[in-house]
Design a protein around this ligand. Sequence first.
Ligand code: NI
Length: 187
Amino acid sequence: MGIRRILTFPEPSLRGTARPVENITGETAKTVEDMALTMYAAPGIGLAAPQIGLDQRIIVLDVAPDDEEQGKEKGKHLIHVVNPIIVEADGEITFEEGCLSVVDFRAEVDRAARVLVRGWDVDQREIEIEADGLLAVALQHEIDHLEGTLFIDRLSKLKREMYVKRVKKALREGRPIAQRRAASETN
Ligand code: NI
């Protein structure tokens, strides 16, 4: 199918709990491929299946999409995880986040500084990813999407309401929410 449309807040299907993938098949590999294409095209550093309307626990990430060593070959740092779970989390980090599903808004979010994530790859191998810094932040952000949680839910009510009001006003006036500015660190 290729590049998919990314759903944006307040689309209700971003709010559900995604279902675990029970059988990893060629279809799963195709989904991962489409998610990666969609993420790179956006451009973003992460994408979760519910963001393209799929009720499945799959995430893709590439926190260095423009790495010079990568040359013209996209995807050198591509990570995908099927049915990811956070098995360890410690420390604290505050990072300015954005989201392909939360148009034209960024804010600082507190997360664990280091995580250990377990899951599966499309070759049915069990995988483990230990991460800190931006990758740890992005993994937590994407796994949140599988629970229907957006980064705006992790802000103070005041900050969140500022954004929600802006979106509601735009919808009420029948105009599109301001176009997302190009930002490389958006997931
Ligand atoms: Ni996101």
